[in-house]
Design a protein around this ligand. Structure first.
Ligand SMILES: Nc1ncnc2c1ncn2[C@@H]1O[C@H](COP(=O)(O)OP(=O)(O)OP(=O)(O)O)[C@@H](O)[C@H]1O
Ligand SMILES: [Mg+2]
Length: 236
């Protein structure tokens, strides 16, 4: 693992207002993520995990505090620069895969390239390479409904990688998978981190996850209560 900081949060707060009532989702979060680090975020439901992940990927901004990507304050970027940041620097993986049902596996993987103006034909070779990486090249022409849950998630991981992002964010990516299939996805993330990208993953399954990652960050009521390196981590 290299020693450069890719993301740094300091004093990040976020309060939602629902019917005039404030809900403090993040309450002064300080966090540093290194290049090539595989971090798990754990904590009870409502503790702010998804909110924090959205901040890391500039899907949402904080009310106060600072979020710096390689030293650059994300909040100081224009809307256009933030969209560019999301498109080129971040790969997202979600609990419910979010694949487009009418597209085949390889076309789904290629979608971020299409959104970036590359033609389908030109995007195909890299999409196929990534399907190979996740062990699905023989399912390239299947549509999501013709894939298992674990296979759909592997397609989603391949899609998250197609822009070669230095940062991969995943929200409960194994939440809908059995433990063996989930372990396969965790192996993929560990491999991604070893190849130099940082991976930040929200999970409920600390026991199944810990052996794969470098560090476990615990959130409680919008605050980080622990940030522990994992002993004997596979990825260090
Ligand atoms: N868009 C929103 N509007 C209002 N309140 C919100 C919104 N999103 C989240 N919250 C509130 O912010 C707090 C943190 O929510 P968040 O989704 O980050 O939790 P979480 O740790 O991801 O929970 P879970 O494990 O259930 O996914 C919760 O109290 C939630 O009700
Ligand atoms: Mg959540």
């Amino acid at each position: 693992m290299s020693e450069s900081v890719i993301l740094e949060l300091s004093g990040v707060t976020k309060t939602y207002r629902v019917g005039g009532q404030p809900v403090r989702a993040l309450d002064g979060v300080d966090l540093r993520i290194m290049d090539g680090e595989f971090t798990s975020i754990v904590g009870p439901s409502g503790s702010g995990k998804s909110t924090m992940l959205h901040m890391l990927g500039a899907l949402d901004g904080p009310d106060s505090g600072s979020i710096r990507f390689r030293g650059i304050e994300i909040g100081a970027l224009s809307e256009e620069q933030q969209a560019d940041f999301r498109r080129h620097r971040v790969g997202f993986v979600f609990q419910f895969f979010n694949l487009l049902p009418t597209l085949t596996a390889w076309e789904n993987v290629a979608v971020p390239k299409l959104l970036d103006g590359t033609g389908l034909r030109k995007a195909k070779p890299r999409a196929m390479e990534l399907l190979d990486l996740v062990g699905l090249v023989d399912r390239a022409d299947h549509r999501p409904a013709e894939l298992s849950g674990g296979q759909m998630q592997r397609v989603a991981v391949a899609r998250a990688l197609i822009m070669d992002p230095p940062l991969v964010l995943a929200d409960e990516p194994t939440g809908n998978l059995d433990s063996k299939t989930g372990a396969g996805i965790l192996d993929l993330f560990a491999g991604i981190a070893r190849s130099g990208s940082s991976v930040v993953m929200v999970t409920h399954d600390l026991v199944g996850t810990a052996s794969h990652c470098d560090r476990v960050v615990t959130l409680l009521d919008g605050r980080i209560t622990a940030s522990d390196p994992v002993e004997g981590a596979v990825n260090v």
